[in-house]
Design a protein around this ligand. Structure first.
Ligand SMILES: [Cu+2]
Length: 447
């Protein structure tokens, strides 16, 4: 039985080795790499990473590799779990419309990468031809509540991250090791929003994490969790405990396990952190159930920090001294532009484009244009939890910004006047009304 990421076939319960038949198909296809960005992926089984293969130590694996007739290239497979020349590569080389068979014995237990090894090898891997095969040790792995399949890989496109349209592979960027995308499971946002991994408080989770490369080494980390156990490099003896970040080489893997003590969103990243926030190497594990405030309290207090006076205040209210007031819409826009540059641009980007998978766009935002009171509320109180903007889901957090009524009115008037938005003018009085109505951020920690 093969599964598509992030699913993993069920644990093997039989106590004896057997003959296992694997049918895998190489298939070239165009699909989404990021919002508005298409790429022609070369796949094993129609997904990146390819289908997850699960066998037991001692099994004899009869491997059938087929190459779909619509392919333009020959393909083969090198499984790191194979003992034998090329890991099966030359035995499995198939032109479009052909199939080949070879057999190997799974001698060594562990989690192994497989990949295409047809020349130019780097290009076949860069186009998505990699996956994982687990060889369970005799007796199996300890039982856990959930298992997931995550594999990192980079994409070398002609256009930089987020440049829309169909993006061709760029060989020079690949040689320079300068990817536009670093992602989990084949596309930016593959594990975000509705596609987040899920679990419940009290459960144990095992992630089979691979790195297809082709070039980069992953510093795999889950924000807000500690790996109770790491099977370093996917091996069976080197079990490390209480690990924050584990290194996963290109063409390597690791198994990480942890128990979930409390609720919330836990963020999978490559802690080479610009890859996470600027190139797509970010995913979510959403944990439901009953929060344990002893393990983690969530935010307990929010106030203004004033080093000089040392006194804590509440958020500024409309009573706090207001900056010089704008006299008309044009002045509001000029002042709002400055507020935007200082308070919003870092996340929503200078031209309001946002960042795929992390920060929603303000440019031509249907969410923004639909409801001005709601937009005022977002700036006053922050926003968290799932939100859909121009058809894309975000499930992240915008902090409450300590801005006075004038600043909020000006920045929103500026934003509404830019980038294809509907030109709404927001007055300080409107902000005052929304502020007086109260309300607070929906807190993800749900305490
Ligand atoms: Cu290939």
């Amino acid at each position: 039985m093969l599964t598509s990421p992030p699913e993993v076939p069920p644990p093997i319960t039989r106590q004896y080795p057997t003959k296992v038949i694997v049918n895998l198909e190489a298939h070239e296809q165009t699909s989404r790499l990021a919002d508005g960005v298409d790429y022609t992926f070369w796949t094993f089984g129609g997904t990146v990473p390819g289908s997850f293969i699960r066998v037991r130590q001692g099994d004899v694996v009869e491997f059938h590799l087929a190459n779909h007739p619509s392919s333009r290239n020959p393909h083969n497979i090198d499984l790191h779990a194979v003992t034998g020349p090329g890991g099966g590569a030359s035995a499995s080389l198939v032109i479009p419309g052909q199939t080949a068979t070879f057999t190997f014995e799974a001698l060594n237990p562990g989690l192994y990468v497989y990949h295409c090894a047809t020349s130019p090898v780097g290009m076949h891997i860069a186009n998505g031809m990699y996956g994982l095969i687990l060889v369970e040790p005799k007796g199996g792995l300890p039982a856990v509540d959930r298992e997931y399949y995550v594999q990192q890989g980079e994409f070398y496109t002609r256009g930089d991250f987020g440049v829309t349209g169909h993006q061709p592979f760029d060989m020079q960027r690949a040689i320079d090791e300068d990817p536009a995308y670093v992602v989990f499971n084949g596309s930016a946002g593959a594990l975000m929003g509705e596609k987040a991994l899920t679990a419940e408080v009290g459960e144990t989770v095992r992630l089979f994490v691979g790195n297809g490369g082709p070039n980069l080494v992953s510093s795999f980390h889950v924000i807000g969790e500690i790996f109770d156990r790491v099977y370093t490099e996917g091996g069976t003896k080197s079990i490390n405990e209480n690990v924050q970040t584990t290194l996963i080489p290109a063409g390597g893997a690791a198994i990480v396990e942890f128990k979930l003590e409390t609720t919330g969103n836990y963020i999978l990243v490559d802690h080479s952190i610009f890859r996470a926030f600027n190139k797509g190497a970010i995913g979510t594990l959403t944990v439901g159930g009953t929060p344990d405030s002893g393990v983690y309290s969530g935010r307990q207090y929010e106030g203004i920090y004033q080093p000089e006076g040392g006194a804590m205040q509440r958020m500024p209210t409309s009573d706090s001294p207001a900056p010089a007031a704008a006299r008309n819409r044009a002045e509001q826009i000029t002042m709002g532009e400055r507020v935007y540059a200082q308070n919003c641009a870092a996340c929503h980007q200078p031209a309001g484009t946002g960042l795929a998978g992390a920060f929603p766009p303000l440019a031509a935002s249907d969410y923004l244009n639909a409801d001005v009171k709601r937009a005022i509320g977002v700036v006053l109180h922050g926003l968290s939890g799932p939100v859909t903007v121009n058809g894309a889901q975000y499930n992240s957090l915008m902090p409450a910004l300590a801005l006075g009524d004038e600043d909020v009115a000006n920045v929103l008037t500026y934003v509404y006047s830019q980038w294809g938005n509907n030109g709404t003018r927001v007055t300080p009085d409107q902000v005052k009304t929304v502020r007086a109505a109260g309300g607070r951020r929906v807190n993800m920690d749900a305490h």
